[in-house]
Design a protein around this ligand. Structure first.
Ligand SMILES: *Cc1c(COP(=O)(O)O)cnc(C)c1O
Length: 352
């Protein structure tokens, strides 16, 4: 007897990147920050733990207020999620009555949430070179979601192109998932007052050292945020636990440390790009904390496996358009040096 509701019979859940038990792996597979949180953040978590006997603040004001200030919006224009994945799940529940459109090569969860919430998915192929053209969405109906910069391609769309789409389609919602915006892009957050049809999603996982704490957010006009709160308060009002709230507030008070880590990641990304190009790799122009790279002589899967044997984890997506590529998160300089040594060994082996 299978007790599962039949509507989930064909649901294919997300496959997370491997989180190995042994710590001798170099993890370049899930786009986390390779740097620890600032010491004050770890201290704050201890303080947060003191209130674990109480339910957490449903509005998470100790995070929402400074975050709103940092983003230049009002607190009523922000909602927090247990990771931006939860925010995305609220968005797909709330705003997909007329379907959801997104690129063929993008964050895997968009398709899964469409399946999960029975939303019509309109999949729009990226151009040959993986560029995204919003004009390709003009003739469709309903909501559009894009990751900007996109994952796993790393490519960035300009704010001007996004604003032009918002102007052309005042009756369609555009969700911009800015998980990687801090690594070189310009955020659309500053435009949420200008466009009622713009919802921006962000996360503390990639550029703020809190992947394991699970903290994400959406920013938009107050009505959009009210709509999302309607879903949140119908599913899980206490969605951000006390320790995560404390960690989030502490991170927002550590902007200088956060920016140092971002700058370091950008520098290591540029160094790694050069190093991989010298070794014959081809890659997109990444604005993220990862590279999307392929080698003309090595199949994506073979390179993934060979690196894994050397205890280096990267991400390989077994999809027709991306199977030649690896998505390589930017680690510390030392970790990337290890990667280059491993690549040299593998290339030597392939040339023999
Ligand atoms: C990592 C990622 C997310 C999810 O991040 P959370 O850890 O759930 O906040 C959302 N969108 C994109 C494009 C991502 O790469």
């Amino acid at each position: 007897m299978n007790f599962l509701h039949s509507k989930y019979a064909h649901l294919i859940p997300y496959t997370p990147g491997e989180q190995p038990k042994e710590s001798d792996f170099i993890k370049l597979n899930t786009n986390e920050s390779p740097y620890e949180p600032a010491p004050s953040v770890m201290e704050a978590v201890k303080t947060g733990a003191r209130t674990l006997n109480r339910y957490s603040d449903t509005a998470a004001r100790i995070v929402v207020e400074p975050l709103a200030k940092q983003l230049g919006v009002k607190a009523e224009q922000v909602i927090l999620g247990n990771g931006s994945d939860e925010i995305l799940s609220f968005i797909f529940q709330a705003f997909t009555e007329k379907g959801m459109s997104f690129p063929d090569v993008t964050y895997g969860f968009y398709q899964i949430y469409c399946d999960m919430y029975q939303a019509q998915a309109n999949i729009v192929p990226l151009k040959e070179d993986f560029r995204l053209d919003l004009a390709a969405y003009d003739e469709l109906e309903g909501t559009v979601i894009i990751a900007n910069p996109n994952a796993p391609t790393g490519l960035l769309l300009s704010c001007e192109e996004i604003a032009a789409f918002l102007k052309r389609h005042p009756n369609r919602l555009l969700v911009v998932d800015e998980a990687y915006i801090d690594f070189g892009g310009k955020s659309m957050v500053g435009s949420v007052d200008q466009f009622e049809n713009l919802l921006v999603v962000g996360t503390f996982s990639k550029s703020r050292q809190l992947a394991g704490a699970r903290l994400g957010y959406a920013v938009g006009n107050t009505q959009l945020i009210e709509n999302l709160n309607r879903i949140k308060y119908s599913v899980n009002p206490y969605n951000i636990n006390a320790m995560t709230q404390a960690a989030g507030a502490a991170v927002l008070a550590e902007q200088e440390y956060v920016e140092q880590c971002i700058n370091e990641t950008i520098q290591v990304r540029e160094w790694s790009t050069q190093q991989l190009k010298q070794r014959g790799f081809e890659m997109t122009d990444s604005y993220c904390n990862f590279l999307f790279a392929k080698h003309p002589k090595l199949a994506g899967e073979a390179l993934f496996e060979a690196l894994r044997e050397q205890k280096i984890l990267v991400r390989w997506f077994n999809q027709p358009r991306t199977k030649d590529y690896l998505r390589i998160s930017i680690g510390t300089k030392e970790q990337m040096e290890r990667l280059m040594e491993a690549v040299d060994q593998i290339l030597e082996g392939a040339n023999q």
